[in-house]
Design a protein around this ligand. Structure first.
Ligand code: NDP
Length: 256
C-alpha cells in the first residue's frame, strides 16, 4: 500500500530524507520510514554503499551521492527534491564523522572538518528543508547527537563540540519554527553497535569495558533502537513534543 496524503488538492507521498542512510543507524532509520511507506532519500558519499543499501531497502528508497562537507551543494539538491515532489515531510540529520585524537594535537582543519560534517551541514539542510516545510505548516526535523554532548569524553573535542552544538540548535530551531507548525527534536544515542563504534573501540578494550560497566542494561544498543525513537518523534504520537533531546542509551547516562 502506498501512503498518500492530500495537500492543496495534490496527491503526494510522504517524503523523508535520512543523511548517512547507507549504513549503521541511518540505514535502520531509513528502513523504519520505508516500512511506514515513506519515499525515503538516503544521502552519503560512497556510491557503492548507497547502491547496496538501496538494494536492501527496496523501491521506496532513493539515493543521493552528496558530500555534505560541500555546503554549497545542499541548497540546489533540496530545491531539486522540492521541484520533483512538492514537499518534504521529514529530515533526519544523522550523517556524522568522529575524530579520536588528543586535544592538544587537533589541527584547525581537523576541527573544522568535524564541525562542517556534523553541525554545519545539519544547519544548511535544516534551513533549506524548513523553508519548504513552512508554507505547509507541517514537518519534522531530527538531529542525531551523542553522549559526547553530555560527558567529558577524552580525545573527541571536535565531535563533542559538534554534538553539543546540535542540541543547542535543536532548541533554537524549535522556538522559532514551532509557531510555523514545524517540530524539531534530537535523539542522543548511547553506545550502539555500528562501524563507528567498532572503530572507536578497536584496540581500546578498556573503553568498551567502561561503557558496558556503566550501562545499567549491560549491553550495546542496536541501530533499530534509535530508528524506533526517531520514528516516534516524527509521528503524530509525539505531536506535542518539540525542542527535546531524547537519550536512547540503555540507561548509560544515569549509570553509576
Ligand atoms: P556510520 O559510520 O556507520 O555512518 C555514518 C554515515 O554518515 C555513513 O552512511 C556515511 O556515508 C555518512 N557520512 C559521513 N560523512 C558524510 C559526508 N561528508 N557526506 C555525506 N554522508 C556522510 O556511523 P553510525 O551509524 O554509528 O552513526 C550515525 C550517527 O549516529 C552519527 O551522527 C553518529 O555521530 C551518531 N552516533 C552514533 C553512536 C554509535 O554508538 N554508533 C553513538 C552516538 C551517536 P559515506 O561513508 O557514504 O559518506
Amino acid at each position: 500500500m502506498i501512503f498518500n496524503t492530500h495537500i492543496y488538492g495534490m496527491t503526494t507521498r510522504k517524503i523523508a530524507i535520512v543523511t548517512g542512510g547507507s549504513s549503521g543507524i541511518g540505514f535502520a532509520i531509513a528502513q523504519k520510514f520505508i516500512e511506514h511507506e515513506y519515499l525515503t532519500y538516503i544521502i552519503g558519499r560512497n556510491a557503492d554503499k548507497l547502491l547496496k543499501a538501496q538494494h536492501a531497502l527496496g523501491e521506496n528508497c532513493q539515493t543521493a551521492q552528496l558530500d555534505l562537507e560541500q555546503l554549497d551543494q545542499i541548497p540546489p539538491f533540496i530545491q531539486a527534491l522540492i521541484e520533483k515532489h512538492g514537499q518534504i515531510d521529514v529530515l533526519v540529520n544523522n550523517a556524522g564523522i568522529n575524530l579520536k585524537k588528543p586535544f592538544l594535537e587537533v589541527s584547525n582543519a581537523e576541527f573544522m572538518l568535524v564541525l562542517q560534517t556534523n553541525l554545519a551541514a545539519a544547519f544548511v539542510l535544516s534551513r533549506e528543508v524548513a523553508t519548504a516545510m513552512v508554507p505547509r505548516k507541517n514537518g519534522s526535523i531530527i538531529h542525531i547527537s551523542s553522549m559526547a554532548a553530555w560527558y567529558g569524553i577524552p580525545q573527541v573535542v571536535a565531535y563533542a563540540a559538534a554534538k553539543a552544538g546540535l542540541e543547542g540548535m535543536t532548541r533554537a530551531m524549535a522556538v522559532e519554527l514551532s509557531p510555523m507548525g514545524l517540530r524539531v527534536n534530537c535523539v542522543a544515542p548511547g553506545y550502539i553497535t555500528t562501524a563507528m563504534t567498532e572503530k572507536a573501540f578497536n584496540g581500546d578494550p578498556e573503553r568498551k569495558r567502561k561503557v558496558l560497566s556503566r550501562t545499567p542494561m549491560g549491553k550495546m544498543g542496536d541501530p533499530t533502537d534509535i530508528a524506533n525513537a526517531v520514528y516516534f518523534l516524527c509521528s503524530e504520537s509525539a505531536g506535542f513534543i518539540t525542542g527535546e533531546t531524547l537519550k536512547v542509551d540503555g540507561g548509560n547516562a544515569i549509570g553509576y
